[in-house]
Design a protein around this ligand. Structure first.
Ligand SMILES: [Ca+2]
Ligand SMILES: [Ca+2]
Length: 349
């Protein structure tokens, strides 16, 4: 058996971070596909990256701006411009007035108010029994700390939750989460943290996927396994900010769940057009181009490696190498024995 290990294609990925006036603004860009990369950018940043699934989180240096994040499939040279809109605070909690708005639950230890000598503020930590916050959490905990009321995430499409956080967790299995729920029962992870040592630092969580809901529940959660413990987590100064972002790539993330012939551009075209399509998994996909009489003039089979959005180019030449005449053509996409879609093309000379 022979294994042919072809290298993944690499592409240019340009990331721009601007404010609502389209001016470049300084920001931290976290980008991950397997290995994370942290960048501090002050202008357009072009990276060379292999094909694959990526997640980008853009965190503003200016605390009045809303952070943005986006997940995508990199399958061609791409440019993403993130507009960080000016935000306003729609929820804040510094715990200086006590824990009356919160309920500690779940299993294992409890979250409690504590004076943290580093932040010089009342914050929240997770503990077992004793008075000293410098004690290890236990095994097999699933401790929750839930806001008793709800947060209104309407009036915008860009929301983030941010808070100050320090922690020492036994990694990788012990994790701290921010969760959200639209009904108070079914929770989804907004962001998870699993870090051996984190000094007090502000962190951002993208709540935009929950935008449009007028009553969103939030909670913090520490989940641990049976092996080892560590000093746990502290957090304080929780804020939710709202903004309106009409230009950044938007959630939901664009990983396709079905085959689709999404668009043909330019159209009309001369001499080359691009056929964009979605594939929900790996495997061969057939494309054929037919003239107005229904005769097939060109065909190809594309084999895609994984779910994603792909592109195919056609230069108006038949499989026999003949330059085709101006007129109307049709492109057909087929997969797994079914016709996925057909689009009309106009070749102009
Ligand atoms: Ca506080
Ligand atoms: Ca553990």
């Amino acid at each position: 058996m022979t294994l042919n290990l072809a290298p993944l294609p690499w592409y240019n990925l340009q990331i721009n971070v601007v404010n609502e006036s389209s001016q470049a603004v300084p920001a931290y860009v976290y980008i991950v596909n397997g290995f994370p990369q942290n960048l501090y950018v002050t202008g357009p940043q072009t990276l060379s990256k292999p094909q694959g699934v990526y997640h980008v989180r853009v965190t503003p240096q200016n605390q009045n701006l809303i952070s943005r994040s986006y997940a995508f499939w990199l399958g061609s040279d791409s440019t993403f411009t993130f507009t960080l809109p000016t935000g306003n605070v729609v929820f804040s909690e510094d715990f200086e007035g006590g824990l009356g708005n919160w309920t500690a639950g779940g299993t294992g230890g409890a979250f409690r108010q504590d004076v943290d000598t580093t932040s010089l503020n009342y914050g929240i930590c997770v503990h077992t029994n004793g008075p000293d916050y410098l004690e290890n959490y236990g095994n097999n905990w699933d401790a929750t700390f839930t806001y008793n009321n709800t947060i209104n995430l309407t009036g915008g499409n860009a929301f983030h939750l941010r808070f100050d956080y320090s922690g020492r967790l036994d990694i990788p299995a012990d994790s701290f989460f921010v969760d959200a729920s639209v009904n108070g029962n079914d929770w989804e992870i907004v962001r998870g943290f699993s870090e051996m040592e984190r000094p007090w630092n502000r962190v951002w969580c993208d709540l935009s996927p929950w935008s449009g809901n007028s009553a969103v529940h939030i909670r913090f959660r520490l989940k641990t396994d049976a092996l080892l413990g560590d000093l746990g987590i502290h957090f304080d100064n929780v804020e939710v900010m709202r903004g309106v972002d009409l230009t950044s790539p938007q959630h939901p993330s664009p990983f396709p769940t079905e085959f689709a012939l999404s668009k043909v551009y330019p159209n009309p075209f001369n001499p080359t057009t691009t056929i964009a399509y979605d594939a929900p998994g790996s495997g061969p996909i057939q494309f054929s181009i037919h003239n107005i009489l229904g005769q097939m003039v060109w065909s190809t089979t594309e084999t895609v490696p994984s779910p994603g959005r792909y592109e195919l180019r056609w230069n108006g030449v038949s499989n026999g190498g003949a330059q085709l005449t101006s007129g109307v053509y049709f492109v057909r996409m087929s997969a797994k024995g079914n016709i996925v879609g057909t689009r009309k093309l106009m070749l102009l000379k």
